[in-house]
Design a protein around this ligand. Structure first.
Ligand code: HEC
Length: 112
């Protein structure tokens, strides 16, 4: 009985947070044509900034659910919301750029 409650709980939680695809070196290479010097490490950093901060108020949206232009306009607004909610600058302008580069690069990822 208890076990099935746990199983249901896990299912519910995973249903709310879509599984984000792994970032690969191929993504970094593709992204580097837009953001020169982009590395796999930076992409992974952007991904953790995203998963750690952007699911506070709503579920995480898949990077490819929005276009590059969408992300460019949404991210600054959402970072402001986040920092306001937290009462401090959790994501500064440098981190915001890392986050944005992750979202845009993965928004442009070829469909698997
Ligand atoms: C303080 C709460 C809060 C946090 C933190 C937050 N959001 Fe949001 N987000 C909202 C609300 C409220 C909406 C819906 C209304 C709106 O669009 O302003 C929204 C809507 C969105 C949308 C849909 C908007 C559209 O037009 O498609 C996206 C995408 C989004 N958020 C991304 C993010 C990202 C990326 C982060 C992390 C930097 C983030 N959010 C953090 C509150 C938040």
């Amino acid at each position: 009985m208890r076990k099935s409650i746990i199983v249901i709980g896990v299912l519910l939680i995973s249903a709310c947070s879509p599984k984000l695809i792994e970032v690969t070196q191929a993504d970094a290479d593709r992204g580097a044509s837009k953001y020169s010097g982009l590395t796999l490490t930076a992409l992974n950093e952007g991904k953790s900034l995203y998963t750690q901060n952007c699911g506070e108020c709503h579920g995480l949206k898949k990077p490819n659910s929005r276009t590059e232009a969408n992300w460019n306009s949404i991210v600054p607004i959402m970072v402001k919301k986040l920092n306001q909610k937290m009462g401090k600058e959790v994501i500064d302008s440098k981190k915001q750029e890392v986050l944005l580069q992750y979202l845009v690069t993965m928004a442009n990822a070829p469909k698997k």
